[in-house]
Design a protein around this ligand. Structure first.
Ligand SMILES: [Zn+2]
Length: 48
């Protein structure tokens, strides 16, 4: 089962839900980000 959940807000890649496992991260605003971009964002966000 591969279900399209949405689109990454950073790179525009489609984020899928694979067998109940989301290949991305849901942000507070209800937006989606793929794992690659989320990892990059965490690196850049040094304020936390
Ligand atoms: Zn992305």
């Amino acid at each position: 089962m591969k279900e399209k959940v949405g689109v990454c807000i950073d790179c525009g890649n489609t984020v899928f839900c694979l067998a109940g496992f989301l290949n991305g991260v849901v942000l507070k605003e209800g937006r989606l980000r793929c794992f690659d971009c989320d990892r990059e964002a965490e690196k850049k966000d040094e304020s936390r």
